[in-house]
Ligand binder design. Structure first.
Ligand code: PGA
Length: 249
């Protein structure tokens, strides 16, 4: 069972969202994989109520604020996203960290808010190109992971990790399956040290960064890769389905 998740970023308004679900026929791919789409918040309602959406395609929100309500213009709380029908929340996506300057501390607060309001957090971690060149991959991804996991303080419930090297996101550059496995192994070992072996084994670690139908099978069969988080290639129903068909074999 692989997790195949699509992060639509700031693409796909409500009408395009309905058209996507009308075109997406997941068939047996939904039996072999856990399928999740993260539409923009403004399209979440359309995704939830889309009559053509196969209910096996679950929905998530791309970002949440850590407070439930308040004077935070433009923000969405976890409790509100859950009310609309989100089941998952991306937290700490690299665009949030690097374009919107989100810190490890804020990511930790958001992970807790998601968990407390019944959303499954998908915690994104990943190094920049400079950090990779400086041989700092382990240091960076462990720091990001520890900040999120320690905030959950034992009451973690279900959560997922997405390893997304920043240099591979939206660039067409993909980590090699060996690079992905090695980072995933580092993350799994840290989960085992902090939460125990059972929790480490049941926490899916997804790879993200220029995943497409042509490279998905190879990445999904790499050791320690439990699924993929797909940006650009998740916007087209055929391409998302192509990736899903590569999973869970
Ligand atoms: P990409 O994005 O597949 O377009 O590289 C991945 C992501 O940002 O989650």
């Amino acid at each position: 069972m692989a997790v195949i998740a699509g992060n639509w970023k700031m693409y796909m308004g409500p009408a395009e969202t309905r058209a996507f679900f009308a075109a997406l026929q997941v068939g047996a791919a939904a039996d072999r994989n856990e399928l999740i789409i993260f539409p923009p918040t403004v399209s979440l309602g359309a995704a939830v109520s889309s009559p053509d959406r196969d209910p096996r395609v679950q929905l998530g929100v791309q970002n949440v604020h850590w407070e439930s309500t308040g004077a935070f213009t433009g923000e969405t709380s976890a409790i509100m996203a859950a009310e609309v029908g989100a089941k998952f929340a991306l937290v700490g996506h690299s665009e949030r960290r690097h374009v919107f300057a989100e810190t490890d501390e804020e990511v930790a607060l958001k992970v807790v808010a998601a968990r407390d309001h019944g959303l499954v957090p998908v915690v994104c971690v990943g190094e920049t190109l400079d950090e990779r060149r400086a041989d700092r991959v382990e240091e960076v991804i462990l720091r990001q992971l520890r900040a999120a996991v320690s905030a959950l303080a034992g009451g973690q419930g279900r959560f997922l990790i997405a390893y997304e090297p920043v240099w591979a996101i939206g660039t067409g550059e993909t980590a090699t399956p060996d690079d992905a496995s090695s980072a995933h192994q580092t993350l799994r070992a840290e989960l085992e040290a902090s939460l125990g072996i059972a929790a480490a084994l049941r926490t899916p670690i997804l790879y993200g960064g220029s995943v497409k139908p042509s490279n998905a099978a190879e990445l999904l069969s790499a050791p320690e890769v439990d699924g993929v988080l797909v940006g650009g290639a998740s916007l087209d129903p055929d391409s998302f389905l192509g990736i899903a068909l590569a999973g869970g074999g």
